[in-house]
Design a protein around this ligand. Structure first.
Ligand code: HEC
Length: 225
């Protein structure tokens, strides 16, 4: 894929030159890199621009020189649109909120500094490192079954059925202890409840009867059941 007629046959096996996202960390990052090839994490847009030497878009263009030997530009764009959207969904709906809850538990002293001696530490690791990475990598490799059923479906289950209940359990324990611990627990609670009040999570607490009815109608239409 690297050496081809559109880049003068310049062969390189450094895929980092062509990869537009890194899916290694809990939250996927755009591969905007600086002079030392490190990912630029600066969020102020002016400072960010001054640090970036090679953008994720430029990397993607280099990747596409390979794709376009066999596919049309529209086909390749459609792939990247799906890929970007999956990563944004994972990042914004589950990874950033999960990280925020986890960081808050740590910062407020509701977890020990020892890693993996508490259940929620395993839960969070499974969410981003196993199910979350599986979804993200398989989206990059065009594998729908692993993106959804072994990926996002399990991310969602882990988030709603384990991470949230376990965080609430730690909060309840903290509240029961009273004093400074209760104050710390209520700060974590604000983070958790703030996340669950967002439109994309509101169904979990408030119900979604109308949407469920519409989905059921569509299913009947399409599959007769
Ligand atoms: C050497 C030719 C070639 C190159 C280069 C190539 N592809 Fe493909 N691609 C194919 C062929 C052939 C298929 C169909 C395989 C099949 O149906 O079994 C395919 C399938 C696909 C599919 C559909 C997969 C699916 O499961 O439906 C996508 C999406 C895709 N390619 C995107 C890309 C992207 C993005 C690149 C560049 C990173 C790329 N391809 C590079 C030949 C190529």
């Amino acid at each position: 894929m690297s050496g081809n007629t559109r880049n003068d046959g310049d062969i390189t096996h450094d895929p980092g030159e062509r990869i537009s996202w890194t899916n290694r960390p809990p939250i996927s990052l755009r591969m905007d890199t600086d002079a030392d090839d490190n990912i630029v994490k600066e969020t102020d847009s002016a400072r960010r621009e001054s640090l970036i030497v090679d953008t994720a878009e430029e990397k993607r263009r280099r990747m596409e020189t390979g794709c376009l030997h066999c596919h049309t530009q529209r086909y390749v764009n459609a792939f990247y649109e799906q890929y970007d959207n999956l990563l944004i969904l994972y990042n914004e709906k589950f990874a950033r909120p999960g990280q925020a809850i986890f960081n808050s538990l740590l910062a407020q002293g509701l977890l020990t500094d020892t890693q993996f001696d508490e259940e929620i530490e395993w839960t969070w690791f499974y969410l981003w490192h196993h199910e979350g990475r599986r979804a993200r990598h398989r989206a990059s490799m065009m594998a729908p079954d692993y993106t959804h059923w072994h990926g996002m479906f399990e991310v969602a289950e882990r988030f709603y059925m384990e991470l949230i209940p376990q965080a609430r359990e730690l909060i309840a324990e903290g509240l029961a202890h009273g004093g400074a611990e209760a104050a710390a627990a209520s700060r974590v609670s604000k983070v958790v409840e703030g996340i669950l009040a967002r439109p994309e999570h509101a169904w979990f607490e408030q119900g979604a009867e109308e949407q469920t009815r519409l989905i059921r109608e569509q299913m009947e239409d399409r599959y007769g059941q």
